[in-house]
Design a protein around this ligand. Structure first.
Ligand code: GLN
Length: 236
């Protein structure tokens, strides 16, 4: 079955192109009934308030929550990660509606506004290939969020050292992973919890398809695979 890509706003075309490079069909999802045609879903980056307003307008929230509850694999990138979280902070009073399911608190703009967007080489053991291929990847952070609290069932897949000029660095109101507090504070930027994957960065904006392969493998293992084409996926 094909992989759905929520196509309300943001980088959905880039996700579909990345899936195509892996021989997998990505299907644009804009209406609740279209979720019945896909076995897994990618929620792209973009602007989460706008995305939430559009999702509300199209009455997508109940169907999206049901999709998550059914245990179908869902991957949120950046704004998509915010969408999947149980709680988001760093936003205006009231915030925006979330799908929830991921037992995390996300700071919506942890790394700052657009001008603080950046790229970095970071490590994720899950991306290492059996042949010993590199486990580091180029992470593109655009007005990026970060996971500031993660529940016990959440697996941390990647972290990033908190820039010393980050306003949250010394804030006592925000608990950054205590065990990583010294000598360098790190913030969580990629997580997995059962059927849910969340990344604060944008793998779809790079030529590296390993995160997409990783998600397809998750989908395959959950029995909600994207058909035999996944056999062609390498590196994970
Ligand atoms: N921080 C943005 C938001 O709140 C997300 C940015 C992104 O998806 N690149 O929606």
């Amino acid at each position: 079955m094909a992989v759905g890509v929520l196509a309300l706003q943001g980088s959905f075309n880039e996700h579909i192109a990345a899936l195509r490079r892996l021989g997998v069909k990505g299907v644009e999802i804009r209406k609740p009934e279209q979720l019945g045609n896909v076995s897994s879903l990618i929620i792209p980056g973009g602007e989460s308030t706008t995305m939430a307003k559009l999702a509300e307008y199209h009455n997508l929230f109940p169907a999206l929550r049901e999709f998550v509850k059914m245990g179908k694999p869902v991957w949120g990138t950046c704004a998509g990660l915010i969408f999947l979280a149980n709680k988001a902070v760093g936003q205006k009073e009231g915030g925006q509606e979330l799908i929830g399911g991921l037992d995390c608190t996300i700071h919506r703009n942890f790394f700052g506004s657009q001008i603080y967007s950046f790229e970095a080489e970071i490590a994720a053991a899950e991306l290492a290939s059996k042949e010993g291929g590199p486990e580091t990847f180029r992470a593109v952070f655009i007005r990026a969020p970060a996971v500031i609290e993660a529940g016990p069932g959440v697996e941390v897949l990647a972290e990033y050292p908190v820039p010393s000029n980050n306003v949250l660095y010394s804030s006592s109101s925000v608990r950054i992973q205590e065990e990583n507090a010294a000598p360098e504070k790190k913030v969580i930027v990629a997580v997995k919890q059962k059927n849910l994957l969340g990344t604060a960065f944008h793998p779809e904006l790079t030529a590296d398809t390993r995160w997409h392969s990783y998600f397809l493998k998750m989908a395959c293992e959950s029995g909600e695979g994207a058909s035999s084409s996944i056999v062609a996926v390498e590196g994970v």
